[in-house]
Design a protein around this ligand. Sequence first.
Ligand code: ZN
Length: 466
Amino acid sequence: MNRHKVVNTCYFGAILAAFVLSLVHNNKVEASTDPKDYFAYLMESEEDAGSVTIIAEDTEEVGDIVSGESQNNIKEMFDVVDSMVRYKNVEKELSVEKGDTLISLLKRSGVTRDEANKVYYSLKSDFNPSSLRAGQKIKAIFSIDTQDDTAPAELNYMVIEINAGERVITARNHDKFETFVEQDELIDKTNAVAGVISGNLSGSMHNAGVPMRAVNNFINLFAYAVDFKRDVKKGDKFEIVYESRVNNNDELIKCGKIVYAGLVLRNQKITLYRYEDSSGNVDYYTASGQALKRTLDRKPLAFRNARISSPFGRRLHPILKKHIIHWGVDYAAPHGTAIYAGGDGVVQVAKYNGGYGNYIKIRHNSEYSTAYGHMSKFAKGMHPGVRVTQGQIIGYVGSTGRSTGPHLHYEVIQNGKRVNPRTIKASTGENLSGQSLVKFKQKVEKVNKEYVDAFSGKETKKVAQK
Ligand SMILES: [Zn+2]
């Protein structure tokens, strides 16, 4: 069930109850009606129905506690009450527009400047109203005068989402406002998802409910072992076990680490398990403790299907119109596509560099460096001396420098000489041994027992029947 709806119904109910009380207090009911009678009537009906939930006008919602005749009676009662009540609560979704302040937003909703100010000052200690962003949606309940279009609206209740699972609520208390912060209880979960790949891998994983962040991490894990365009085919399978933090409505708050990743391809199965050693180093290993072979990424782009627009080697230069050697590989990709560090290393150069445009060079080890040209911009914090890890975003595809369109110019430099990025076989990563291997194998067994074995549960059953 959608929790928002429940919550809304709840605060709607609470507000209406409060509102009814305020009617009695403030004498807002029409002069011809005695508010005491009205209140007594309500109390009586409340006793019949056994709950104040009858405030929900939608009789389907209260079908459990009232039915048949009494349901009709209540409906009638509501018609009567409705015609008596001059001030009605309406729930609205306010949309923050560019240049809006909280005050301008409330004024546009019919609230007086004075009241908007009160809301502002009530809110200020828990939430900075100037941090509202264009496009943000705010839920609010207003009291509206049904007999006078020109009367200002009164704000009764307002909910601003601060973060996922956290919101600030401002509620009317007579002619004042009170603000408080409400937080969902967060639950840590481990999720196991497996599925068949149809179309592309990331789409298939996302459709199976894996959050994009985990999908991207999964793909980055395999980027060195698998050529997604060539090796992964329709009908192949993926398996993933990942951690997450959700609110009590099962909405994702934080996507955690991948515990296990598997790709079942036509002719091979690749499985990787996360392991953190006693000094806190994290890496992924096969079930037997072999390190994931981390070759330099051949195509360090978020757009894994990017095509080569110009290969490494001799070519006719499109701008200079003469044969020269092309010292890298060009990948055509949409402007703004994220560019990854091809391997772990240290940034050596990050600056505008003539024909290269915005350019970054990373030193990986004594043997290898990589370079990236024509970026539209660098990622935050890219300066010489900064440490980067493989797959980390270092910049974005552009067309700066000598370039005819958005693409990444990617170079791999081995011992000072530029080599073809498509044919490199450099690998790093140590296999587990000794005590680490023992601990790792215990962990693998546990993860398999709890999650991974179930992925092939059907097959196991078949075998057992034989
Ligand atoms: Zn190039």
